[in-house]
Design a protein around this ligand. Structure first.
Ligand code: C2E
Ligand code: MG
Ligand code: MG
Length: 585
């Protein structure tokens, strides 16, 4: 058989996913029937791989596979025709083959041929005595071989079609891409992946509306996307909320993206039930044959995630962004089990009055230790999960754990004010304040012992809404601090309207304080300004005595930083506090 034909045959065989699956009961019925028709003890369905015969179903045959060499099945495949060997021991070709060695004398095998004409293997019957085969018997064997192939095709189709949308699935997409690479190696193509909604949206919708609604949404989305790309372009349902298709070859990248964007926006609508879907599209351009089909799908998926993170509809895959996206994506997923699996804990960093040296409070800072990857910094993961619903659970966990800690300290006669960092989305969340009030009640902590830290950027982003929320926080008796002050772009007139008590000057302003006169001037001006507006000023990230002295002279009220104390575990913090109090006596 020519090499190229043999390799297409092997591709066809592998694409049917038959080799690495277990024998199938449906096939056993056929082999049993074949054995009965011939009145023989053995029958088998064998598939001919590059160098072995694999048995998909066997009656009374011992091994799972035999070497291809010297097996008559291999010749059935080679010639694509029925072969009868009345006595293997009389045949020069098969006398020393694997079958003859196990005492088999008679062989009859019919080819298993796909509709495309590839012969994958054979259906054969075997006997321990030499015998002949009648025309009727051979016709029956040929018919049964066709039934085997019909069953193979059917099983294959079942694994290729999505049950909900009826569209070809991920396996089919990967196979079609493999074929495309064979037909047109080196050709440039674009794979497009559509994520019909974020997993958060789908979760919420399924929770409220039930899973049937979920199916309806998926079916409606399939129809909509098919309408967008036209009826003749195959659409694949590659994941529960993901569809994929290939862009027509030769289209220009940017104009195609623009077309997709505008067509999607036209279709973008609120579904019957009022849930808004936010489809995102990822486009991955690649050279056929250069990249594994799975990788094509992954890169298109990464691009869709990129679109979601960037708040855009369509995004192209970029190898450069991929690594950081992959990390973001990993963090988003890994964080899902962080709380339930107890991977979080809190550390406490003191805040010190620069004039008296007294500890004025402590800031709870979250720590995440992943079982395999170890410590992941909040500076990395908090901004990532802030874009998802998980930030709500994180804040709730931090509030609960830090208030429980405070209550435990109070039982040990340790009294200290607590600062908790909250995120912009907590301000948008209507359940946040009621949750906070409830937790304060549960842990019997008075609200005037608690300060909430909100970054300057967050306050600015919230605009008028933020102002209302901050007002509500302040009227609950909690104090408010602006964190990382100086890194956002606040207008001073706006800051002045905020019900804020404390401003924490960002660490970056302290970096060159001892060497750069201008840096000192700037910090002095910030302190004066904040005092004029009535705020207490805290300097973040003080690492040495020289910086502390300058800040004292500049009139700064409080300081926080490694110079006074690093973030510490609760017991270490308590010991630190007791030492400090002793030293001040
Ligand atoms: P932040 O609230 O401004 O916290 C101060 C950060 O500076 C902390 O980093 C702290 O460990 C670090 N730091 C304190 N003193 C020094 C110093 O002298 N030198 C230097 N180089 N660094 C110092 P951390 O703990 O890695 O937290 C980073 C950020 O993550 C925090 O900045 C805060 O924005 C966020 N974060 C931490 N915990 C939480 C939390 O529970 N909830 C929320 N929403 N955000 C949190
Ligand atoms: Mg903070
Ligand atoms: Mg800060």
């Amino acid at each position: 058989m020519a090499q190229s034909t043999e390799s297409t045959r092997l591709d066809a065989l592998r694409q049917l996913d038959l080799l690495d699956t277990t024998p199938h009961r449906g096939f056993d019925r056929i082999t049993r029937l074949a054995a009965q028709i011939f009145g023989l003890p053995m029958a088998l369905i064998s598939l001919t791989d590059a160098d072995r015969q694999w048995f998909k179903s066997r009656i009374e045959v011992i091994a799972e596979s035999v070497p291809r060499q010297g097996a008559p099945c291999a010749d059935v495949v080679e010639t694509s025709s029925i072969i009868v060997v009345e006595d293997l021991l009389e045949s020069n070709a098969y006398r020393r083959g694997a079958y003859a060695r196990t005492g088999i004398r008679f062989y009859a095998g019919a080819p298993l041929v796909t509709p495309q004409g590839h012969c994958l293997g054979s259906l054969c019957v075997l006997g321990n005595e030499p015998r002949t085969a009648s025309d009727d018997e051979l016709q029956a064997l040929t018919d049964l071989a066709e039934i085997v192939m019909a069953q193979v095709e059917m099983l294959h189709a079942v694994g290729r079609v999505d049950a909900i949308s009826g569209m070809p699935n991920r396996n089919q997409f990967l196979d079609d891409l493999t074929d495309m690479a064979l037909d047109e190696p080196g050709g440039t193509r674009m794979a497009v992946l559509v994520e019909i909604a974020s997993s958060l949206e789908m979760d919420q919708a399924a929770r409220v509306m039930g899973t049937r609604y979920f199916d309806e949404v998926v079916q409606a989305a399939a129809a909509t996307i098919q309408a967008i790309i036209g009826p003749h372009r195959p659409l694949y349902h590659v994941g529960s909320t993901h569809f994929a298709f290939m862009a027509p070859s030769g289209v220009e990248k940017t104009s195609y993206a623009a077309l997709l964007r505008s067509r999607t926006q036209n279709q973008h609508r609120t579904l019957r039930s009022g849930f808004l879907l936010s489809p995102r599209i990822g486009v991955s351009e690649f050279q056929l044959g250069d990249i594994e089909p799975r990788e094509v799908l992954r890169t298109a998926h990464a691009a869709a995630q990129g679109a979601r993170l960037a708040g855009d509809t369509v995004s192209f895959y970029s190898r450069k962004e991929d690594q950081s996206d992959a990390r973001r994506y990993w963090i988003l997923n890994a964080f899902k089990s962080a709380i339930a699996e107890d991977q979080l804990h809190l550390v406490y960093q003191p805040r010190v009055d620069l004039w008296s040296g007294e500890c004025k409070g402590t800031e709870a800072l979250v720590r995440w230790t992943h079982p395999e990857s170890g410590a992941i910094s909040p500076a990395e993961f908090v901004p990532i999960i802030e874009s998802t619903g998980d930030i709500r659970s994180l804040t709730e966990w931090v509030v609960d754990a830090s208030l429980a800690q405070m209550a435990a300290w109070q039982r040990q006669e340790v009294f200290v004010r607590l600062s908790i960092n909250i995120s912009p989305s907590n301000l948008e969340d209507t359940e946040f304040l009621p949750m906070l009030e409830q937790r304060l009640r549960e842990h019997r902590i008075s609200s005037d012992q608690i300060e909430l830290e909100i970054t300057e950027g967050a306050v600015m982003r919230e605009g008028g809404n933020g102002l209302d929320k901050l007002g509500a926080i302040s009227s609950m008796g909690l104090t408010l601090a602006i964190d990382d002050f100086g890194t956002g772009y606040s207008s001073l007139s706006y800051l002045q309207k905020l019900p804020v008590d404390v401003v924490k000057i960002d660490r970056s302003f302290l970096l060159n304080l001892t060497t750069d006169e201008k840096a000192l001037t700037l910090v002095r001006a910030m302190i004066t300004l904040c005092h004029d507006l009535g705020y207490r000023v805290v300097a973040e990230g003080i690492e040495d005595k020289a910086t502390t002295d300058l800040l004292v002279r500049a009139g700064c009220d409080e300081g926080q930083g490694y110079y006074f104390g690093r973030p510490m575990l609760p017991d270490a913090f308590r010991a630190w506090l007791q030492d400090r109090e002793k030293a001040l006596l």
